[in-house]
Design a protein around this ligand. Structure first.
Ligand code: FE2
Length: 413
């Protein structure tokens, strides 16, 4: 198959891109060679590697309102509402898979091809783990899924919490998760982090921890995570998610912390739409934004990716799978709407996410790499974020997984 006359993100000019048997085989300057009659005409639109969703909870998606809505909008009412859901609803593998698949279809419409999902392992029937592990296998040629053993109610603060984590890892989950700021005490939080790293070493797994997802500037589990990653040289396989408390740290502490963050090599994930919705709820005024220091991490060269966290679940009532919407919120909240940032802001929902998932090897528009790409109805990052341009073609391993006809408006004046 040939895509003719496309821009390639980050390159000047137009190109003809050929892929066969799931792999990019040839990339030449447009017009240099004959193209087949059935070539896809890109008309100057931008091709780039697919969007990456680095943080979502597919076991919870599309459950908003059951058994009731989160009326306060806080993280903690979200957790208690989910607890009610999982202890009062019959959990059925096929139903969880169907909800998750519906969410994946939504995401596919917006160009997502790589997804890392958390799955609650303090839900002791393990139906969520079973469902998402099955889906990971069934969907692998369409959308690549990684799973995270997420102890929603804590590891030390739950009876047999460590056994639950180990059971999930035995079932094939890809990453070890955690929630140190939600453990009963600081000591439990620290012990949980040490355990998470031990477990990841035991299973040769990646790490992705909900860390300091709270407006409390005294929540400082990030420094323990980064120190563990530095000591064990596991930074490139470790993600600290949310780190909302960093938005409340004082600058003197933060400047000291950044030295460690850089040396540790850990990666970051922020979910600006979810965090702006959930955090700052207990503030009066001034109200905090509840997000980590996205711009400061980005400017320091520390890898940070943005994700959705939720699609219509107890924590966040809206969302349709569109990462551009998340990016738009993130760059506003993070003061990243300056000219320079707008030139490459799509990194936050593409290559940076690929680095968090450790899939950058199979990622890029280059001959010899898997034919994974999207085509956007725009010509560069600036235009795409300004117009929230739709993805009109999404190809994974050479298979077309989504096509869209761009809408045409007729203006009557
Ligand atoms: Fe999350």
């Amino acid at each position: 198959m040939v895509i003719t006359g496309c821009r390639i993100r980050g390159k000047e000019g137009l190109y003809d891109v050929t892929y066969d048997n799931g792999v990019f085989t040839k990339i030449v300057v447009h017009g240099k060679e004959e193209v087949p009659k059935d070539a896809y005409r890109a008309d100057g639109r931008m091709m780039m590697p697919p969007f990456v969703e680095p943080h979502i909870h597919l076991d919870c998606v599309l459950t908003a309102g059951i058994p009731h809505y989160n009326m306060s909008g806080t993280l903690f009412e979200g957790i208690s509402t989910w607890h009610e859901y999982k202890t009062t609803q019959p959990l059925v593998v096929s139903e969880i898979k169907e909800r998750a698949k519906t969410a994946l279809r939504l995401m596919a419409e917006y160009g997502v091809q790589f997804v890392r999902t958390h799955v609650d392992v303090t839900e002791t029937s393990f139906k969520g783990v079973e469902a998402l592990e099955e889906l990971k296998e069934e969907m692998k040629d369409i959308i690549e899924i990684q799973t995270v053993a997420f102890p929603q109610n804590g590891i030390l603060s739950v009876r047999d919490g460590k056994k639950l984590m180990e059971k999930a890892m035995d079932m094939g989950v890809s990453c070890v998760g955690g929630i140190p700021h939600y453990e009963f005490s600081r000591e439990f939080g620290i012990e949980s982090i040490n355990y998470i790293f031990d477990l990841a070493e035991k299973y040769d797994a990646m790490i992705d921890v909900h860390c300091d997802e709270i407006d409390d500037g005294q929540s400082r589990f990030l420094e323990t995570m980064a120190t563990q990653a530095w000591q064990r040289e596991m930074g490139s396989r470790t993600v600290a998610a949310h780190t909302c408390a960093m938005g409340s740290y004082n600058d003197a502490y933060c400047s000291k912390l950044f030295r460690l963050l850089k040396e540790s090599g850990i990666r970051f994930n922020s979910c600006p739409s979810a965090s702006m919705h959930l955090q700052g709820r207990i503030d009066t005024y001034p109200k905090r934004r509840g997000i980590t220091r996205i711009k400061e991490l980005w400017d320091a060269g520390i890898n940070i990716a943005l994700g959705q966290d939720s699609i219509a679940d107890p924590w966040y009532p809206i969302g349709v799978g569109n990462l551009l919407r998340v990016l738009e919120m993130g760059i506003h909240a993070g003061h990243m709407t300056g000219y320079e940032d707008l030139q490459h802001c799509l990194d936050l929902i593409s290559i940076n996410g690929a680095r968090n998932l450790c899939v950058e090897e199979e990622y890029g528009i280059e001959a010899g790499k898997p034919a994974n790409f999207i085509l956007l109805d725009g010509k560069d990052d600036y235009e795409v974020i300004r117009y929230l341009s739709p993805v009109i073609l999404s190809v994974h391993n050479g298979n077309t997984i989504m096509e869209k006809t761009p809408a045409v408006a007729t203006i009557h004046f």
